[in-house]
Design a protein around this ligand. Sequence first.
Ligand SMILES: [Zn+2]
Length: 275
Amino acid sequence: MKKTSILVIVCCLAIFLSACSSNKISADESTKSERKQEKKEIRDFKKKKAEQPTRDLPKEKVTIPVLMYHSINQDVRNSLIVKPSEFAEQMKWLKDQHYTTIDMDELANMLKTGKNIPEKPVVITFDDGYLDNYQNAYPILKKYQFKATIFVITDKIGQDNHFDQRAMKEMSKNGIKMESHTVTHRELNQLDYVSQLKELTDSKKTISEITGKPVVGLCYPVGRFNADTEKAAKESGYELGFTTKPGFANENKGMYQLPRVRMAPGIKLDSVLPK
Ligand SMILES: [Zn+2]
């Protein structure tokens, strides 16, 4: 009787241990396949970029649309929220119309030099770093291998409705650049120079420590800024500053007053972008 009990215990242990080790193998396998997939995506990005014909223009003639989204969510409660199905349609339209999505570094270079401008460039941006950007927009962007930019409020990372550091790292590795929307989202024109500088330098440092990538773009909370903001942006090493003023980005008004195209629910891209 005693022997039988021991035998049963040994068998149970053996089954338990083998289940543990097979779980470990499958976890290792899935990280391996994730890494493989990631590498493939990066290769595809590079290939796609190399295939795009570009041209050089006088830099004052370069105008590039920067789309401004906030939340991508089924629950449309205000004009800052676009439904995932509508966002998917818009991304498909960009793909069908052969738009080339560019990131902040490329935009800065294009506006400053007028060189290597794709036939139809577009910048996709999201303000505030909402969790639904990761849950709803990111899979669609990934499907089309589109680049995009998220302006992150660093105090909100991992809070309430905002994505966390892990999501930031993952998106950052897959073509979605994390740029600054300050630390606290206070209106910059209400702050003195030193406080503005702190908002700008601290958020820049936090984001680049998480992603391991430089931060060159700054988006002013609620679009508010003053002369000190521009000075502080230059001093803290930003190359681009975005407002909520309507229009296409160009260097005529300087690099720190760049307008954007507001994407409210129901806006058709063919009514705001050239075909
Ligand atoms: Zn904001």
